[in-house]
Design a protein around this ligand. Structure first.
Ligand code: DP6
Length: 331
């Protein structure tokens, strides 16, 4: 049977990927390190059928036709070429959280698609190769193939892009127990994709070079803090990476923040002034992801609940990588 179903979680970068190498193939220009976050999931079913005359892509119950469909069919095409199989596919994907709003649905989406599509067509690739395939569609998706703390290396500007670039696990979830509270600012999709936002940042920001120099340094320091289980240093560096990324982007007129983003950040900073060791990170959307030790999560949640503008709070923890599941399994 040429069918497989995979489940994947989004991941939130502690040190951010923001900016691409100029070579074709979607290579990041800076290294990144993320946590794979359970509590949010994408489930994707892929069926290759001799009877299909074209690929069919259904996301969240809606048949896709435009750019979202093209990104999926490009991945299917890579899989078909590798397998020497010309059959078209039906892809059915569902998220249990808002799509394309800065909650890393492209990361979980392409990780689940890469795993399900390779298995459905009969390619017995290891996780590293599946991660490389996912990266070509969305670089952050490479990291969601793995659980725990995961690193995606860069191809520095001026270096030649390799044939394969995959994410790799750095430490399992138990290495440093974390709570993640996601302050959802809106359910609306973002108006500017990450790809466009990072391209504009590198083209137009007066701080683009500063970001490209600073990001790998922050990444190295964050990696060391993680390996020595220094939660405070890791949190400070994660927040610094997010703020540096957004500062560079905002200077290019690329702003993913809204009033709720600022309010939630202020709540995190106020908690810190009160002695709670908690740190914020923000991706290409207005939501603030708040990191803490598990014991502090309750206090942080009540402070976020009292913060104006937050629609709801989703609680996550560091979770597993992408895996095959039964199509009937609940999300
Ligand atoms: C801010 O992986 O969505 O979340 O490779 O163009 O699909 P593409 O970009 P994407 O960018 C993620 C940007 C980020 C930071 C991160 O996840 O590292």
């Amino acid at each position: 049977m040429s069918e497989a179903t995979a489940l994947a979680h989004p991941n939130f970068a502690l040190s951010k990927y923001w900016g691409k190498h100029p070579a074709e193939g979607n290579f990041p220009a800076v290294p990144s390190l993320s946590i794979t976050v359970s509590g949010l999931s994408t489930r994707t079913n892929v069926r290759f059928l001799a009877s299909c005359s074209d690929d069919r892509v259904v996301i969240g119950g809606r048949e896709e036709r435009g750019a979202a469909r093209t990104r999926v069919t490009e991945l299917l095409q890579r899989v078909r070429s590798a397998a020497g199989d010309r059959r078209h596919a039906e892809v059915i994907s569902d998220n249990d959280f808002p799509t394309a709003s800065g909650l890393a649905s492209s990361a979980s989406g392409f990780a689940a698609l890469a795993l399900a599509a390779t298995r459905a067509i009969g390619l017995d690739w290891d996780a590293s190769r599946v991660s490389d395939l996912a990266r070509r569609s969305s670089a952050s998706a490479a990291r969601s193939i793995f659980g725990g703390f995961v690193e995606l290396p860069d191809v520095a500007p001026g270096k030649t892009a390799p044939d394969q670039l995959s994410a790799r696990p750095v430490a399992p979830a138990e290495h440093l127990p974390l709570a993640v509270l996601i302050a959802i600012a809106t359910d609306a999709p973002k108006s500017l994709s990450s790809s466009d936002g990072m391209r504009r940042t590198l083209e137009r920001s007066p701080y683009a070079d500063a970001w490209l120099t600073e990001a790998p340094r922050l990444h190295e320091r964050l990696r060391s803090a993680l390996l020595t289980r220094d939660f405070v240093a890791m949190g400070e560096l994660a927040e610094a990476s997010a703020l540096a990324m957004h500062a560079a982007a905002i200077a290019a007129g690329v702003c993913y923040w809204d009033a709720t983003t600022v309010e939630a950040l202020r709540t995190v900073w106020a908690l810190r002034n009160q002695g709670v060791e908690t740190y914020a990170t923000i991706d290409a959307g207005p939501h603030v992801k708040v990191l803490s030790r598990p014991a502090d999560a309750l206090r942080i949640r009540s402070a976020l609940e009292a913060t104006p503008g937050i629609c709801r709070i989703v609680e996550g923890t560091v979770g597993e990588g992408a895996r095959l599941v039964n199509p009937e399994d609940p999300l």
